[in-house]
Ligand binder design. Structure first.
Ligand SMILES: Cc1cc2nc3c(=O)[nH]c(=O)nc-3n(C[C@H](O)[C@H](O)[C@H](O)COP(=O)(O)OP(=O)(O)OC[C@H]3O[C@@H](n4cnc5c(N)ncnc54)[C@H](O)[C@@H]3O)c2cc1C
Length: 396
């Protein structure tokens, strides 16, 4: 049994970036992924400025932008009246970052890009189709079992997603709740920018049923749109996925009847949960294994990549014998996730679904006032882009 420095469970976007971040220091790294191929269902695409900074340091940024779409602005709309409420422009962050925009690149592209780089590194082994089934540790090392295979490592990163086997084996509670409604993602070629005048990232409020509307490049780079809707709590999966309900939803975002064909459907359960602890001795949790949230605002994956980056540096120092700061990982990352990711995504959801007419009007006024005031506009974007959280995380 070969001993490795760092073993990472899960080659989703967080695990594969964590592997690259650790491997660049020259440590021996093993990345184990349960599936034979990276899942390409429509999940994250919105990549925030501090994440782009990390991808630049990893040498991935040019390719990442090439296979995605650059979006400088995002917009809030009132869906029933199809009125634009406010526009937020990342260019206001140009003094804060080299990347004053988001890039819309689908998350499977990031994982595949990182894996391709990892496969060329002599200190890295990547094993797909290798689900981890057991894990144990003593003072000096962690032993990981994947079926008949046994691995040994100084440290393990559990980046195995919301249903994390690593978290369950460690017996760490996943505190929080699950929303009663699910989120439906409809992928279509209908050109919403041409038809409605929207930008590439739009949040449409409606007390009956809200919509988030995004453009992504697609694998063919020809462009397609993802429309995300809440389902009714009493709506069955079958109902939500039925052709008639999907076409009716497209109709409610102003798609003419003859153009309501779609490419893909996905229905997700949505949670707000944070692991009670992000570490047990030599094993760490990262990304969705450590926390999950509703996707409104595009923060979950971004925060996971920030953790991976942070943790790689801490593990590097520990492996070089430059002091043990490993406790700081949980002390720093857990509160940041609660303050910036959980709180903002819950607030984003409330903003879209507000039912009380007076409260709704107040929320719209507040958005307009923020957009119109340069200082408040920038402050809002510093939080929404996770730049504020990323700057706070820098150790002195
Ligand atoms: C509709 C939707 C839209 C979203 N949009 C955004 C967005 O725009 N921006 C954003 O920041 N976030 C967004 N998110 C959230 C984002 O998708 C997740 O935060 C992200 O997938 C987390 O990445 P991860 O690598 O931690 O986990 P995952 O992507 O779940 O990857 C985990 C990996 O671990 C593997 N695995 C599981 N168990 C094992 C095991 N036992 N052994 C080995 N491997 C294992 C899995 O096969 C998988 O490949 C969105 C989510 C949804 C549902």
């Amino acid at each position: 049994m070969q001993r490795r420095n760092i073993l990472i469970v899960g080659a989703g976007p967080v695990g594969s970036v964590a592997a690259l971040a650790c491997a660049r220091f020259g440590h021996t790294v093993t990345l184990l992924e349960a599936q034979a191929h990276i899942d390409d269902s429509p999940r994250a695409s919105t990549t925030q400025p501090p994440t782009l900074e990390i991808l630049a340091e990893l040498g991935l940024i040019d390719e990442y932008i090439r296979v995605g779409l650059v979006a400088r602005t995002f917009e809030f709309w009132d869906r029933p009246t199809l009125k634009r409420i406010a526009v937020f422009d990342f260019d206001r962050l140009r003094d804060e970052t080299d990347f004053p925009f988001v890039v819309q690149t689908e998350q499977h592209k990031l994982a595949n890009m990182a894996i391709e780089r990892l496969r060329k590194m002599p200190n890295v082994e990547v094993e797909l189709g290798t689900p981890v089934t057991a894990l144990s540790q003593d003072e000096n090392r962690v032993t990981v079992e994947a079926g008949e295979h046994v691995f040994s490592a100084d440290y393990v990163i559990g980046a195995d997603g919301g249903r994390s086997t690593v978290r369950k084996i460690l017996g760490i509670e996943f505190e929080g709740y699950t929303w009663p409604e699910r989120f439906l993602v409809i992928t279509t070629k209908f050109d919403f920018a041409a038809a409605l005048g929207v930008c590439f990232r739009n949040y449409m409020a409606d007390p009956e049923e809200w919509t988030n509307l995004f453009k992504v490049a697609g694998d063919d780079l020809k462009g397609r749109w993802r429309a995300v809707f809440n389902t009714r709590p009493d709506e069955t999966d079958e109902e939500a996925l039925s052709d008639s309900a999907v076409r009716a939803r497209l109709g409610r975002i102003y798609v003419p009847e003859r153009e309501r064909d779609y490419l893909h459907l996905n229905l997700y359960n949505v949670h707000q949960r944070v692991a009670k602890s992000f570490r047990k001795a030599r094993v760490f949790l990262c990304g969705d294994a450590a926390h999950v949230n509703n996707p409104i605002g595009g923060l979950g994956l971004n925060s996971g990549i920030h953790e991976a980056w942070d943790l790689a540096e801490l593990l590097d120092r520990a492996l070089r014998g430059e002091g043990d700061e490993l406790d700081s990982y949980e002390a720093r990352r857990r509160p940041l996730n609660i303050e910036y990711v959980q709180e903002q995504t819950v607030a984003n959801k409330r903003r879209l679904e507000e039912r009380d007419p007076a409260q709704r009007a107040r929320r719209f006024d507040e958005l307009r006032a923020m957009a119109d005031d340069p200082a408040r506009h920038k402050a809002f974007l510093m939080k929404a882009s996770l730049l504020e959280s990323a700057r706070r995380a820098i150790r002195h």
